[in-house]
Each structure stands twice: as C-alpha cells, then as structure tokens.
Write a protein that binds this ligand. Structure first.
Ligand SMILES: N[C@@H](CCC(=O)N[C@@H](CSC=O)C(=O)NCC(=O)O)C(=O)O
Length: 294
C-alpha cells in the first residue's frame, strides 16, 4: 500500500501530486493525482475528499488539469482525487486496440470475462482499494467522501454511489452515461466485459439502479443528485440518455431528490465542465459540512 511520488506542483496554496502504487485488485501499477489543500499539505490536517472520475480516452490528468475544480476546493479545504480510468500495462493486445474498451475505458466495473477479468476491476479499485490507499498514506478522512465524474466517469460516480450509498455524502455528474445497457458505448463494452447475459449488465446501469433502489425503498432520500448536461452534446442522443432519468424522476415524483440541469448550447468537453465545476464543488462542500473559509 505504499505510494511512489511521481511529480508535485504547488497549486492554489496546496499541492497537486501524482502517485503510483501497486494495485492488488487490478494486478498492475495504478496512477492517480491528488490535490491537497493547504491545511492538509502543510499541516497534515485530515480533510474530506471528492473523487473526480474521468471519461473515455482520459487518464488521471484530464479532470485534474482541465476541470478547474481545485481553486474552489482549496477555499473549502477539500481534497480532490483524480484516479486513472483503467488498468495499464497488461500483456494482451486488445487492451490498447480501441478507445471504447481497454485502456482509458474501465467503465468502473468488475469484468467477469477473459481476458479482462484478471485486471479490469475498476469498481473494486475505486470503491474499496483506493480509499484504503488514501487513508493509509495521506491526510484524507475517507469517512467524509463525495463523488463526481464526467461521461463514463459520471456513470462511475452514480453507479458506485448507488451501490455504496452510505459511503458518500453526496454525488454529482457532468454529462453522465445514464443508461449503460441502452448506450452505444455500453452495448459494445458490456458483453465483452460481462458476457452476453444482459441481466448482469444492469448492475452497472444508473437508471436501472435508481429504479431498483427506489422500488426496494433503499434509495437515500436525504441526498440531492446534481447532474449537468449540455444541450449541444453530440453524445446525448445515443450514449447519455438524460431524458430517461428525467422521465423516471417525474413518474415517481422524485423531483426533490434530483437537480438535473440542461445547459443551453454546451458540448461534451471540459469547457462545459469547467463552466459548472464550482457549482459541483459547492454542492459537495455543502453535504460535507464545509464553508468557504480558506
Ligand atoms: N473521440 C471520441 C470521444 C472522446 C471523448 O470525448 N472523450 C471524453 C469523454 S467521453 C465519455 O466518457 C473525454 O473526457 N475526453 C478527454 C478530454 O480531455 O476531453 C469520439 O468522438 O467518439
């Protein structure tokens, strides 16, 4: 569980650091960036954490370098963790052949099918192993955790939250893949990672999990789910399916538990994310009991 320091830069009074470590669940070396605000970086005061999960074609760097979330997080005394989006360095060629499966396409699930099932355990990595690594090595209080993500990472944030609702104080997403079993990306990757039995795919589908937990009365009612979605996003129709969540929320009368905002004209990229990043940091800071005092 030891960390190897790769690089470090002062950032908004705190530190942005890249580490590698050996992952037992993914059976490879994993990399993440972590932003520690000044109190944690200088005085080792334990601070709450917001996990920021990246999308397809991303590494641990995209969200860290392009979303612009650290400025606001520094003011709240909030740590940000930017994990890589898949295992790396495996010895089969399929892993690097396409951008919608393999490297940078972990989809935050535990694969069950060869050759993926040895390393592609991103669900366990984000929800179990990484928090333990952070807690053992850094001034981060994992009992105060929240989670967000973009696109594939938004799908990851929502599904990981839904399957571990007491582990996170809040959840949000930018342009998430909401209906993985219907999305083109999901219909391509899920059979390869999980096999042909579509009933197993629902475990990694936000809409299906919202429906299941609502029906079972196991959906937390004290948490407001924040989602921003650009209307100019080229992936909206075939991969994101925001309208399906809105339909479910309306049908079940759950408007008080969701804030789903269509943002006029914004596309899928980081100019969209950085425009609304402060709103998401504010949303999580409120749930974590933080105030703008730093
Ligand atoms: N080239 C691909 C799309 C690539 C893309 O837009 N990736 C997004 C996430 S999409 C869903 O997870 C991303 O975050 N890219 C990294 C970045 O820094 O922008 C295509 O057009 O199909």
């Amino acid at each position: 569980m030891t960390l190897t320091l790769v690089s470090q830069s002062k950032h908004f009074g705190g530190l942005l650091t890249k580490y590698t470590h050996v992952s037992a669940v993914n059976q490879c070396t994993m990399t993440f960036n972590v932003f520690l605000p000044k109190t944690a970086a200088e005085h080792q005061t334990k601070v709450p954490v917001l996990y920021c999960l990246g999308g397809l074609t991303s590494t641990e760097d995209n969200f860290a370098q392009k979303a612009g979330a650290a400025s606001r997080a520094a003011q709240y005394g909030l740590a940000l963790v930017f994990p890589d989006t898949s295992p790396r360095g495996v010895d089969f060629a399929e892993a690097g052949a396409r951008e919608d499966i393999g490297y940078s396409a972990g989809f935050y699930l535990n694969a069950t099918q060869a050759p993926w099932n040895k390393n592609w355990k991103m669900y366990d990595y984000i929800s179990k192993e990484l928090p333990q690594v952070l807690s053992a090595n850094l001034p981060i209080d994992i009992s105060r955790s929240s989670i967000t993500g973009h696109s594939m990472g938004g799908h990851g944030a929502l599904t990981i939250f839904l399957k571990n609702q007491t582990a996170y104080k809040s959840v949000s997403a930018f342009a998430p893949i909401l209906h993985m079993t219907k999305a083109n990306w999901g219909r391509f990757a899920l059979p390869k990672y999980l096999g042909d039995d579509e009933s197993t795919w629902k475990e990694y589908d936000s809409i299906e999990l919202f429906k299941l937990h609502h029906a079972q009365k196991t959906l937390r009612t004290d948490i407001n789910v924040l989602i921003d979605q650009g209307t100019g996003d080229k992936f909206l129709k075939d991969n994101l399916h925001t309208e399906d969540l809105i339909e479910f929320v309306k049908k079940e009368g759950l408007e008080n538990q969701f804030t789903i905002r269509y943002q006029d004209g914004y596309d899928h990229g980081y100019f969209f994310i950085s425009t609304f990043a402060n709103d998401h940091v504010d949303h999580h800071a409120k749930a974590l009991g933080l105030t703008l005092s730093h």
